[in-house]
Design a protein around this ligand. Structure first.
Ligand code: PPE
Length: 313
């Protein structure tokens, strides 16, 4: 699964050719996982590409940096502008945007003091995260045997590179065992999140999602879905979810920038509902995609249009 290249990547203040966007092998980040990042999507609309909740993503990037005491040498506004420019300069209609803040090359040794804080932003095409028909057909998942990090080990609210070692263990186990994805429990045994997705369940007409205290990343798609569902008249609650509540739920779905809103049709080979995408999941998908594709009014101000002139700045 080679990635689709674009032309240019922004690194520390300038655009460089895709193939020249390199780091030194003794960069701190490579040895100790010292990075924080974002994943953002830009959608194709009739008025050009629109970036979904850019402000919230860059705000979270700055918060992740703060948690790890990384002083980002650019303001949030500057990084937002770079994201818009990176989409424009690469002439992308729709894409995934990956800003990364990382500890660069100075010395090897755990102590990060004195390492430069490097920043890069790339934008490139990225299709459906869990397969082409995942959004309509749904996916089969298992509960992973690795727990999500305990609250006093690694901070789950930071979207840090190192967190994704745990995600990789979960993902590899799932794929080896023939599932699309794994759901992690927290160290108390309650449902946390997928390797790169938040979880929702629909049960007895209510929509429930695990709280931030269940070692989740506070997802921006998650907060968007909570807002949409609430405004659509559903009862939406954050609540601690025991594993077996997944089995008896009427619907289960994932949310995330990459995964968007993807139905989960079985957990541990136990069919959820009738084993197909449920009506609530479908209604929320329609509301979400209506907004991001520009077919419905952007009534929450979630879209940042990419100005054509951004490429020339
Ligand atoms: N939890 C985790 C662990 C996570 O990585 C993501 C996003 C979410 C929840 C959902 O958050 P949000 O995107 O703000 O709704 N995962 C990103 C990285 C995926 C990857 O494979 O890389 C993403 O979806 O962009």
């Amino acid at each position: 699964m080679a990635m689709v290249k674009s032309d240019k990547i922004w690194m520390n203040g300038q655009f460089v050719a895709w193939d020249d966007a390199k780091v030194h092998v003794l960069s701190h980040v490579l040895h100790y996982g010292s990075s924080v990042f974002e994943g953002i999507r830009a959608y194709h609309t009739k008025n050009g590409p629109a970036i979904f909740r850019l402000g919230e993503h860059i705000e979270r990037l700055m918060q992740s940096s703060k948690i790890y005491r990384m002083k980002v040498p650019y303001s949030a506004e500057q990084i937002e502008r770079v994201c818009l420019e990176t989409v424009a300069i690469n002439n992308l209609k729709e894409c995934y945007i990956r800003p990364l803040v990382y500890r660069g090359y100075a010395h090897v040794g755990v102590n990060p003091i004195g390492t430069p804080i490097d920043v890069m932003v790339a934008a490139y095409p990225w299709g459906k995260y869990l397969g082409d028909d995942a959004l309509t057909k749904g996916v089969a998942v298992k509960i992973g045997t690795w727990a999500r990090m305990a609250p006093n080990t690694l901070p789950a609210m930071a979207k840090a590179g190192g967190n994704y070692l745990n995600s990789q263990l979960l993902k590899l186990e799932a794929v080896e065992d023939g599932y699309a994805e794994a759901i992690a429990l927290d160290t108390q045994g309650y449902v946390s999140e997928g390797s790169g997705e938040n979880m929702f369940i629909v049960i007895k007409g209510e929509i429930i999602t695990p709280p931030v205290a269940s070692s989740i990343l506070a997802g921006i798609t998650r907060s968007s879905v909570m807002k949409l569902a609430n405004d659509m008249g559903y009862s939406v609650r954050e609540a601690v979810v025991p594993r077996e509540m997944l089995y008896i739920a009427d619907e289960v779905f994932f949310t995330g920038t990459a995964v968007e809103i993807t139905p989960v049709t079985s957990v541990d080979r136990i069919e959820i509902g009738n084993g197909e995408r449920g009506p609530v999941t479908k209604a929320i998908q329609d509301a979400f995609f209506g907004i991001v594709n520009g077919d419905l009014p952007d009534r929450y101000g979630w879209l940042s249009m990419v100005p054509q002139s951004a490429a020339k700045r």
